[in-house]
Design a protein around this ligand. Structure first.
Ligand code: EPZ
Length: 426
């Protein structure tokens, strides 16, 4: 397995360009199943999750070309609406083919995604929404089998989610575009990636209104009526936030994160500014400067527009050397502090009590061999390595390759002493 070796102690300076958003590209790729023609996606990040999604679409019967600069999903010939465990286990977001398949083809058989390191991550809300639209749902031998009502077409309904769920909202929204009549989704997740998906669905000829707010209205169109699309994926706000934290990690940091959108990251920016980081909108991106010590600040992860759970580990990392102490609460996932024991091994002073980390700033972090456990925890360990005066080796970086395109090259471009170690000990 590869590792990333970081020699820290130097501030980052310069410019880094954000790639396309992983968590927008995934649902948008699945939405190609709603139309029968060839769709074209630009600015798709070259990540492991995209390779997995391409393999899944091919398995379903759609020709995919992801090597050209434009990611194309070819016309449907004979789609088999079944997604196997071998592919779904690699990436939970594969469950996003469920809604489009049952809406377009009247049935779908998709492996249950199972949990992951950060939590159980059930899909009961996805199924609740599809059931409300008339799906008969059976779960057998680890697979979810969905059958549309007689005639093969879903029926518009009013659906209230028990909690804001990003992929739950996306899955049910995609299904509703082809349902008969009107669907109202209530208590929706409001992430920018959901607005981006709705933009694409409307480009295809769907009639979606209210994406990005708690209530989304959909007027269904006939299956087969949606057209393919050509779309450039929005910038990845979590990748942007990760480089913003890295820029603030060491005194003297001064980085422009090109392509980052201020409006996508307001909660993170407010929290970083209250910790003493200087953040301004700059030409075509966001400028982050670190002058002087940081202050510990309390924060709690919330559904968008609150503080994003996907940025909790990265901000926690840079607060390890801040002045004072603070409490950091993770309210979205039940096990998203796995970076904490690794940071403590590097000298951080953090104690966990349930969903809250109590952090006391220390004077120094020490390089160490640490273990990546999930995507964002891995990024926080690389950031901590930038803050230690000696060498840190982050192992099992296959996690990081799921969400960060060309991570070592991007960090090297900012002056960081970061390199990939091929075939390191696991
Ligand atoms: C999406 O995951 C993102 N993934 C995650 O990003 C992100 O952390 C998460 O949203 C929260 O913002 C993609 O978009 C591909 P949820 P998702 O459904 O949709 C509970 C990353 O690092 N829940 O919004 O799976 C769930 O357990 C990844 O890029 C149910 O109980 O998250 C969690 O506690 C990690 N039943 C809460 O809702 C359901 O049916 C929010 O989860 C669905 C969710």
């Amino acid at each position: 397995m590869d590792a990333i070796r970081v020699r820290g102690g130097k501030p980052l300076t310069g410019r880094v360009r954000v790639s396309g958003a992983k968590n927008a590209a995934l649902p948008i790729l699945c939405s190609t199943l709603l139309s029968d023609g060839e769709s074209r996606l630009r600015n798709v990040p070259k990540l492991r999750d995209m390779v997995t999604t391409a393999a899944l679409l091919k398995f379903l019967g759609r020709p995919v070309d992801m090597d050209a600069p434009i990611f194309t999903v070819g016309a449907a010939t004979n789609v088999k609406p079944e997604a196997p465990y071998e592919l779904v286990k690699q990436m939970r977001a594969s469950v996003l083919v469920l809604g489009p398949l049952v809406a377009r083809y009247g049935r779908a058989k998709v492996s249950l995604p199972g949990g992951c390191a950060i939590g159980a991550r059930p899909i009961d809300q996805h199924l609740k929404g599809l059931e409300a639209m008339g799906c008969k749902i059976e779960v057998e031998k680890g697979y979810v089998i969905c059958e549309a009502p007689a005639g093969g077409r879903l029926i518009g309904a009013e659906i209230r989610f028990d909690m804001p769920t990003v992929t739950g909202t996306e899955n049910v929204l995609m299904a509703a575009t082809l349902a008969k009549g009107r669907t109202t989704l209530v208590n929706c997740a409001k992430e920018p990636e959901i607005e981006e998906l709705a933009r694409v669905l409307n480009k295809m000829g769907a009639r979606v209104d209210g994406a990005g707010t708690e209530v989304i209205h959909v007027q269904g169109v006939e299956p087969g009526a949606l057209e393919p699309f050509d779309h450039a994926i929005m910038p990845d706000r979590i990748e942007a936030g990760t480089y913003m934290c890295a820029a603030a990690a060491v005194e003297g940091g001064d980085v422009i994160v090109e392509g980052a959108r201020f409006e996508d990251l307001e909660a993170l920016i407010r929290t970083m500014q209250s910790a003493g980081v200087l953040i301004d909108a700059a030409d075509g991106g966001i400028r982050v400067r670190r002058q002087g010590p940081l202050r510990c600040v309390d924060f709690s992860t919330e559904p968008h527009p609150g503080f994003p759970t996907d940025m909790q580990a990265q901000l926690l990392a840079i607060l390890c050397l801040a002045e004072g102490e603070c409490h950091i609460s993770e309210t979205i996932f039940e096990n998203r502090f796995m970076h904490v024991p690794e940071l403590v091994r590097m000298g951080a002073n953090i104690t966990l009590k349930g969903h809250t980390a109590h952090l006391k700033g220390v004077k120094q972090l020490y390089g160490a061999s640490v273990m990546a456990t999930d995507l964002r925890a891995s990024a926080s360990l690389v950031i901590a390595g930038l803050m230690a005066d000696d060498e840190t080796e982050v192992r099992r970086v296959y996690h990081i390759d799921r969400g960060y395109e060309m991570i070592e090259q991007k960090f090297q471009g900012l002056g960081a002493d970061v390199a990939r170690v091929r075939g390191a000990e696991a």
